[in-house]
Design a protein around this ligand. Structure first.
Ligand code: SAM
Ligand code: SF4
Ligand code: F3S
Length: 430
């Protein structure tokens, strides 16, 4: 029996898909190269914005055809689906056999076996594997880069965000478990470990017996081996001096890259978003990070067109961008999400204004990123060779910058010193 997992959304979902693959393989399933060759398709959805949701659910349209070809086809939807949406979705998408909360994913083989027994009398015997979601060793897709979730869920309830409804409250994974996984990866020669959580900085706060994030990061950095450690994402309100010190003390093993979502430059909007800091707090914080880790690259998330965002509020976001000098930013146009507090506010910035603000901010970012990238020209930089594209390779610097490398015979998954020849806004050439 073959499975296929279609993944949408962020690294968190990509990591979850690796765990789903592991859970299914323990239960005897084999991976299919295409969805139309699979007996089981698992759709790992993202609902962060309406467009993301539409893309994910658009895939279900193909399931009727799969079922015609293969009457015992089973379609499963999991991922970031707000709990209360389940019933509505079941009515909207009758082609879906199973809706499953991502935190219950270990039940998937059992539910599929049950479905096969009752619906098709196929008679697969299921024996409980007792798999615990966070203890499952994932089926890593790469042999040199690995995502390691350290917590799931989120307690922050930013007013625009569906994640706390889709993934539940924050739950930290045991540090012993995380360390074991990282030690194994290091021993296997993995070159990059990315710790994942919606807010890695608040790791351990749900368990008084657990260590905090800076201590966890230090322990991982102490694991012998030549590898990089990254972590995403950080909430500015929880970025402590202790954490900044651990990053600074462990250069370059803990890579000089911090993703720190600011969301807006207007204090009025930040308050309405329930972000719990001001733009002044944010700028002070990145000042501290830059002082402690001078080579650091910063990236951020921004929402344009949040309810009530005026021209003046947006001008403050532009201003913050100019002061913060981000190397990269993920700019989103606000999209009301079910169950969130902001969905009850009037979505009063028109689509065209959202688009315009997105464009304007991207142009500001592009200019800054180009100036910052030009500072790398002439330097020799260590990159991790990630990919081969035609006659060149794609590598990534410790700062997370993409580098197009013109050189023959490099090995994927190895570190390589490269000489930067040219800088563009979104990549370097070496
Ligand atoms: N936990 C992360 C943090 O706070 O940095 C972010 C997680 S969220 C899945 C990724 C990004 O999507 C957010 O930082 C935000 O910029 C954007 N986002 C979330 N909800 C949104 C919404 N309703 N409309 C537009 N963008 C949204
Ligand atoms: Fe969403 Fe805010 Fe939690 Fe990030 S911190 S996942 S934006 S609620
Ligand atoms: Fe990620 Fe989308 Fe969920 S961005 S956390 S997959 S809602």
């Amino acid at each position: 029996m073959k499975y296929y997992i279609k993944t949408f959304g962020c690294q968190m979902n990509k990591s979850d898909s690796e765990r789903i693959a592991a859970i299914l393989e323990v239960a005897g399933w084999q991976s299919a190269t295409n969805a139309d060759q699979a007996d089981l398709v698992v759709l790992n959805t993202c609902s962060v914005r309406q467009t993301a949701e539409d893309r994910a659910y658009g895939h279900i349209a193909k399931w009727r055809q799969y079922r015609q070809q293969n009457p015992s086809f089973i379609g499963v939807v999991t991922g970031c689906v707000p709990a209360k949406e389940g019933d509505k979705l079941a009515k909207r998408f009758p082609a879906v056999d199973i809706f499953l909360n991502i935190q219950d994913i270990e039940k998937l083989p059992e539910l599929v076996a049950e479905k096969r027994r009752t619906a098709f009398a196929a008679g697969t015997e299921y024996t409980d594997q007792n798999i615990n979601y966070l203890q499952t060793i994932p089926h890593h897709q790469s042999s040199f880069q690995a995502f390691v979730p350290i917590s799931i869920g989120c307690n922050n309830f930013c007013t625009y965000c569906v994640v706390p409804y889709a993934r539940g409250r924050e739950k930290s994974r045991g540090s012993a478990e995380i360390l074991r996984e990282c030690q194994k990866l290091a021993a296997k020669g993995y070159k990059e470990i990315t710790l994942l959580g919606q807010n890695v900085n608040s790791y351990g706060q749900d368990d008084p017996a657990e260590i905090d994030f800076p201590a966890l990061l230090q322990k991982i950095a102490d694991i012998p081996g030549d590898f990089w450690i990254r972590f995403i994402t950080s909430h500015p309100k929880d970025m402590s001096n202790k954490l900044i010190k651990v990053i600074a003390d462990n250069q370059p093993k803990v890579t000089p890259y911090v993703h720190l979502a600011v969301q807006s430059g207007s204090n009025k909007i930040l308050k309405a978003m329930n972000r719990k800091y001001t733009s002044e707090d944010y700028l002070r914080l990145i000042g501290k990070i830059r002082q402690a880790v001078p080579e650091v690259a910063l990236s951020t998330d921004i929402i344009v067109g949040f309810p009530g965002e005026t021209k003046a509020d947006f001008a403050q976001t532009i201003d913050l961008f100019k002061q913060a000098r981000f190397n990269m930013a993920y700019i989103s146009q606000y999209s009301p999400r079910p169950e969130t507090t902001a969905a009850k506010m009037e979505d009063n910035v028109s689509r065209s204004v959202k688009r315009q603000r997105d464009k304007e901010l991207t142009a500001v970012l592009e200019k800054i990123a180009l100036v910052e990238n030009k500072k790398d020209v002439g330097k020799t930089i260590r990159v991790l060779v990630e990919n081969k594209k035609g006659s060149h390779y794609i590598g990534r610097t410790p700062q997370g910058k993409v580098v197009k490398v013109r050189e023959a015979g490099l090995t994927l998954g190895r570190f390589q010193e490269v000489e930067v020849r040219r800088a563009l806004a979104w990549r370097l050439e070496a």
